[in-house]
Design a protein around this ligand. Structure first.
Ligand SMILES: Cc1ncc(COP(=O)(O)O)c(C=O)c1O
Length: 445
């Protein structure tokens, strides 16, 4: 079936060919939610209805939509050179972007391996961890440790260390030799916390239990999201990440922070090191690096990890890993323009400034019917709802759809409604988001 490229309104029989990801396809296609235009804090539907974007697309358009400097950089690059091979050939923008990322990275992290998504970034980091131990003569360290309720994308590595049962149960044995730390979510101890909860740092000590069980000599790396985003905004307990860092260091285990959501301003700093003061061995990133405009991901690697690979004969390839589209030139152009825009508009500082506004507005929902928890940090917030008896997720889905119908895009994660607006968000947008959710909750049963 041919659909003209300028056709905005699709007929029901034109919806079937596209198998949508992480979507109830039949439910969606019976009542599609479409967007066709974006600018600043808003989307527009094909019919021209304006939707306030309370979620920066999908945690990614941190600079806001269709920002001119980024759009122009992509257009210019597309007209100059469409693609450059990535193995044994390079293009200057890849180096420029890597240097710009290193400029804002934690000290001692001066190398970047590029890929195209968060999932690829995670699998890349896990592979670098395994290979790092091997090149240092410690190849027995093959075990990877993730965390319950962790989301690390959808590659086999990512779902293996991830902790979301629905993402794992259909896909066989996944990677062998993986174990998991407990998650840190506790309504009993931490409900209605503003920022990092006081309770929960001791859960990092579970790593000592896993070391005692498996022995450190079998463990390659621990990977966690500093703030677990996709399972509903679980902020790290005070002291938790520091404790993980101490224990991993003590046992010679690499620590990977998956910052696909948190990097580039979401929590008010370039990376979590700026926010929590903890520096891991590797950081995965994606999303905000191009403000969502062109797919890109990457791994920021410490000098100690990188340098261990640079010891063999200079003519030998150091790591047999990479992608046709590693450091794609359009993504690099977008990335350079995005980082420049973050700097020109001081958007990470803006996130810090607006964070208390979001916090206050969200916590004003305490006491609203169905609400059992509210939590936040930086420009991220979550409102957890009481599930309907016997029908998990349905109340929150109805709330999500209700928000859409009232002109607000949020994200549903199980029983949780999540907010993550672009860093350009204004007070009036935040008020509109919270007022809309309040109004929807008043009529959802
Ligand atoms: C922490 C984290 N890691 C990895 C990913 C996967 O990224 P992608 O969807 O670009 O593969 C995500 C996506 O939301 C994420 O939040």
């Amino acid at each position: 079936m041919t659909i003209p490229s300028d056709q905005l309104h699709l007929d029901p029989d034109q919806l079937d060919a596209y198998w949508m990801p992480f979507t109830a396809n039949r439910q969606f296609k019976a009542a599609p939610r479409m967007v066709a235009k974006a600018e600043g804090m808003h989307y527009w539907t094909p019919e021209g209805r304006r939707i306030l974007d309370g979620f920066a697309g999908l945690w990614c358009c941190n600079a806001g939509h269709n920002r001119k400097p980024i759009v122009e950089a992509i257009q210019k690059q597309a007209a100059t050179m469409d693609y450059a091979p990535t193995f044994q050939v390079a293009q200057p923008l890849a180096f420029e972007l890597a240097n710009r990322i290193v400029d804002i990275a934690p000290e001692g992290m001066e190398h970047v391996f590029f890929c195209n998504s968060g999932s690829e970034a995670v699998d890349t980091a896990l592979k670098i961890a395994l290979a790092w131990h091997r090149v240092r003569g410690d190849g027995g360290r093959t075990r990877l440790i993730g965390r319950e309720r962790g989301y690390h994308g959808v590659g086999f590595g990512g779902i293996s260390v991830g902790g979301i049962v629905a993402n794992r149960k259909m896909f066989g044995a996944m990677l062998a030799g993986v174990d998991h730390l407990p998650h840190t979510h506790s309504l009993e101890h931490n409900a209605y916390t503003r920022g990092e909860p006081q309770w929960g740092a001791h859960l990092a000590d579970e790593l000592e239990r896993l070391v005692a069980l498996h022995d450190a000599s079998t463990i390659a790396a621990v990977i966690v999201e500093p703030m677990a985003g996709s399972t509903g905004v679980l902020m790290p307990p005070v002291g938790y990440l520091k404790r993980l860092r101490e224990i991993t260091k003590k046992h010679g285990i690499l620590l990977i922070f998956d910052e696909v959501i948190t990097a580039f301003g979401r929590l008010g700093g370039a990376f979590s090191a700026d926010v929590y003061g903890v520096v891991p061995d590797m950081i995965t990133f994606a999303k905000g690096v191009t403000s969502g405009t062109v797919p890109m991901g990457g791994v920021l690697v410490s000098n100690a990890v990188h340098d261990a690979f640079m010891t063999g004969p200079p003519g030998a390839i150091e790591i047999f890993h990479g992608y046709t589209y590693s450091a794609h030139v359009l993504a690099c152009a977008a990335g350079v323009a995005t980082l420049q825009l973050y700097r020109d508009e001081d958007l990470f500082a803006r996130a810090r400034k607006m964070a208390p506004v979001l916090e206050k507005a969200l916590h004003s929902l305490k006491g609203t019917r169905h609400v059992i928890d509210i939590r936040n940090g930086g420009l991220v917030g979550a409102v957890e709802l009481e599930p309907r008896a016997g029908a998990p997720g349905t109340r929150t889905y109805d709330t999500y759809v209700g928000c859409w119908e009232k002109g607000l895009l949020v994200r549903q994660a199980g029983e949780i409604i999540c907010f993550a607006p672009a860093l350009i968000v204004e007070e009036s947008h935040i008020a509109e988001m919270v007022d809309t959710l309040r109004a929807v909750l008043a009529r959802v049963d």
